[in-house]
Ligand binder design. Structure first.
Ligand SMILES: [Zn+2]
Length: 456
């Protein structure tokens, strides 16, 4: 007999929903059966609720206080995976960032994260030095075959993050290295040399930053993103390496990636929740500063059109749990990035409803698609044998975002005081409640495990 059955819910079938019972045994989906026929030691009534695979957020930053580079203590993973469970997310892939070699710290990173994590996780590594490039094959063997390159970090641009500058030669060699390792490049695409020119003009004209989010967008506008994404995708095709276009924020960048894909590049396209819900006209001030910037309303519309057309493959958060203090001082001095895990599925599905996009179109973008692209075997679907990573949603229960109820240690949200029309009721990680009836489970601390990934 199974351990647990979620009975009477509206269950995701892979392309739609059907009434049924989900049986869980040994942390896996045992079977999806007719309503009322599920047998298990424990029955949880989920009638009236939607049962989906847990969301997979393949783009977050897991840091420590103001330091976004890596988790340092188990509490870093505890709070941020609490935010994940709160937002319906059952697997996260943080970008680990350093100028030092990764091999000596890999086990420590894994252990410190596992000691706190409520849900499963994997790692991507930012590659910024030749020493790190020489570790790419080893990292792939450990199950982290995806590497980020900050194309915008040239000269001393990376001093804030402690990263040295690289160039297109480095990009080309990294693509070759990843191809040999069975890996994939996840570039941060911005032409910083052009952005520097624009930044100097914009800041000279608006030293006080009264232009807010629109001024920030003007310093690194969509064509700066589109050019770099075109270049990386083109090199990726020449070299023969897959590429994942992270945080695609603009119509220009989306069109550039689609064009490269049509010409033969193996490119998957990710956008992030904030580019779908917010734009330069959002009244959130410097809290909404992020790289790439929030774009004009027309860009936001273009991304939704990309979802309707099936051009966008995955949606992530680019969650960064910086404290609110790092967002002070106006648009030129605030640090970029903000948290997004706590509100992920509610914000996404609330906005999809406003955009008149069916929930059935949205679910694969945050479950099956990132699982397949990122090599997360056994996740992203409610099929027998898959991990029982499940989120249970109330599609009709509205709530208002309040900062003091968020689980992330950042303690704020760009959605503060906004209404969400969808609620996360339960989140299960391999059959165990991480979130139950909207509250984090005490015994979920440390249940999350590192997941080794293998691409293609
Ligand atoms: Zn990021």
């Amino acid at each position: 007999m199974s351990e647990l059955v979620l009975t009477g819910g509206t269950v995701w079938t892979g392309d739609g929903f059907a009434e049924g019972d989900v049986e869980i045994a040994g942390g896996k989906i045992a079977r999806v059966a007719a309503t009322g026929s599920g047998r298990a030691a424990q029955r949880i009534d989920v009638s009236g609720l939607h049962v989906l695979p847990g969301a997979i957020d393949a783009h977050i930053h897991l840091g420590h206080g103001r330091d976004i580079s890596r988790p340092r203590v188990p509490e870093d993973a505890l709070t941020e995976t609490g935010a994940a469970a709160t937002g319906g997310v059952t697997c996260i892939i943080p970008y680990i960032l350093s100028s030092e070699p990764y091999r000596p710290v890999f086990d420590e990173l894994r252990l410190v994260t596992e000691a706190g994590a409520r849900v499963d996780f994997s790692f991507h590594f930012v590659i910024a030095t030749d020493t790190q490039m020489a570790e790419v094959a080893w990292l792939a063997e450990q199950g982290s075959p995806t590497a980020k390159l900050f194309m915008n970090i040239r000269g001393d641009e990376g001093a804030r993050l402690g990263l040295p500058g690289t160039d297109d030669g480095f990009l080309f060699r990294l693509l070759e290295t990843l191809r040999e390792a069975g890996g994939m490049l996840c570039p941060h695409p911005e032409n910083i040399e052009v952005a520097w020119v624009l930044r100097d003009r914009v800041t000279a004209a608006d030293a006080d930053g009264t232009g807010g989010l629109a001024a920030w967008n003007d310093t690194r506008p969509p064509f700066v993103e589109a050019e770099a994404l075109s270049r990386a995708s083109y090199f990726a095709r020449i070299v023969g390496t897959p590429l994942h276009a992270v945080h695609t924020s603009s119509g220009e960048a989306l069109a550039a990636a689609v064009l490269q894909r049509e010409q033969g590049s193996d490119v998957s396209i990710e956008t992030c929740i904030q580019y779908l819900t917010d734009d330069t006209e959002s009244p959130i001030g410097a809290t909404g500063k992020v790289n790439p910037p929030l774009r004009a309303p027309a860009d936001r519309a273009a991304l939704w059109e990309g979802i309707r057309r099936g051009q966008i493959d995955t949606i992530a958060t680019d969650h960064i749990h910086r404290p609110a203090s790092s967002k002070q001082g106006g648009i030129w001095t605030a640090q970029p990035g903000f948290p997004g895990l706590d509100t992920f599925l509610p914000a996404l599905l609330t906005q999809a409803r406003k955009e008149d996009v069916a929930v059935e179109r949205m679910i694969p973008l945050v479950t099956r698609n990132p699982a397949r692209r990122m090599g997360l075997a056994g996740k992203g679907e409610l099929e027998p044998g898959f991990d029982a990573d499940i989120t249970v949603l109330d599609m009709g229960k509205a709530w208002t975002v309040e900062a003091d109820k968020l689980a992330s240690d950042a303690g704020y949200s760009i959605y503060q005081d906004r209404q969400m029309d969808v609620s996360v009721v339960h989140t299960l990680s391999r059959g165990r409640f991480a979130l139950r009836d909207g509250s984090l489970s005490d015994d979920s601390r440390g249940h999350g495990s590192y997941v080794a990934r293998k691409l293609r």
